[in-house]
Design a protein around this ligand. Structure first.
Ligand SMILES: [Zn+2]
Length: 301
């Protein structure tokens, strides 16, 4: 693959050994050259004027956001040290932060127009800011937790438990049978939009077992061989999409209507045509979705 999936392809060195050093983090926060990516309501700041590109602030942002949202260390890009900062508490954040022409658009809507690098940094920032906002209290004892390691963990001082940002694995699989592939449509999707089946990996399951279980549950199809293809960070809020190719060993579809509106076999020609242009028969997910890449690989593009 020449270009990584949208949200992968980070240019940052995460400097794991540095971020655990509280003194080093404090020095970086005191350095006027350090840059901050403001995130408001989980949307990273974007400058639409030229690009679009991510919109960065200097240290003045720190004082404005000082309502308990600690800066989160993202990493280093060359000599540049980058943090994310949750500014959700600020009204009119662009104006308050002095970011002219900056907006806070939904990341899903803007991601495919950002550079590979910016989309990836935005995904990392969104994922971490969301995790912090929802883990202010210890799930073990209910006491407040505190930012540690530049924002890569939260510590509960009451019971000495450390909590780490979580990533939830999701299997997404293109099920094929010779010249046909199986695609499904959720009730909320308009016809003829279909995509690859997907589901969360459950506790005590291997990835292959998730693929077989989900396909059986959602479409009643048996799956034999499962092959890993590639993966995509998906920070809505905390997923890792794990793309697989799966071989069907049965043909008769029985849809679980609580999960899917319908599932259908499509030919390689149907898919090839719809990748070029949505047809009356089939519309497939946009380029930024890993399902699009799996379909493209299957038709040999
Ligand atoms: Zn605790």
């Amino acid at each position: 693959m020449t270009r990584p999936h949208v949200f992968a392809g980070s240019p940052l060195d995460r400097l794991d050994y540095r971020r655990r050093d509280a003194e080093w983090i404090a020095e970086r926060l005191a350095d006027p050259a350090t840059r901050y990516l403001p995130v408001s309501k989980l949307a990273p700041a974007v400058q639409r004027a030229d690009g679009p590109t991510l919109a960065w602030c200097r240290s003045h942002a720190l004082e404005l956001a000082a309502d308990g949202s600690d800066p989160i260390f993202l990493g280093a890009r060359g000599d540049e040290i980058l943090f994310a900062l949750d500014v959700t508490g600020l009204e009119n954040p662009s104006e308050r932060l002095g970011l002219r022409n900056a907006e806070f658009p939904d990341l899903r809507a803007i991601a495919s127009r950002l550079s590979v690098e910016d989309a990836s940094i935005a995904a990392q920032a969104r994922h971490l800011v969301d995790w912090h906002s929802r883990h202010r209290f210890c799930p073990g004892c209910g006491q407040p937790t505190h930012t540690k390691d530049g924002g890569w963990s939260r510590l509960c001082r009451a019971c000495s438990t450390e909590h780490f940002p979580r990533t939830d694995p999701v299997a997404i699989m293109l099920v094929t049978s010779g010249e046909r592939c199986l695609l499904g449509r959720q009730p909320s999707w308009p016809r003829p939009f279909f995509s690859a089946l997907a589901g969360f990996v459950e506790p005590g399951e291997s990835l292959e077992e998730t693929v077989r279980r989900e396909v059986k549950e959602e479409a009643g199809i048996d799956v034999g061989a499962v092959r890993y293809h590639s993966s995509q960070p998906w920070p809505f809020p905390a997923s890792l999409m794990i793309g697989c190719m799966a071989e069907a060993t049965s043909e008769e579809i029985r849809v679980d209507e609580s999960e899917l509106e319908e599932a259908q076999w499509f030919t390689r020609d149907d898919v090839g045509r719809s990748l070029r242009r949505p047809s009356d028969v089939l519309a497939v997910p946009p380029r930024m979705a890993i399902a699009h890449a799996l379909l493209r690989v299957w038709v040999g593009e």
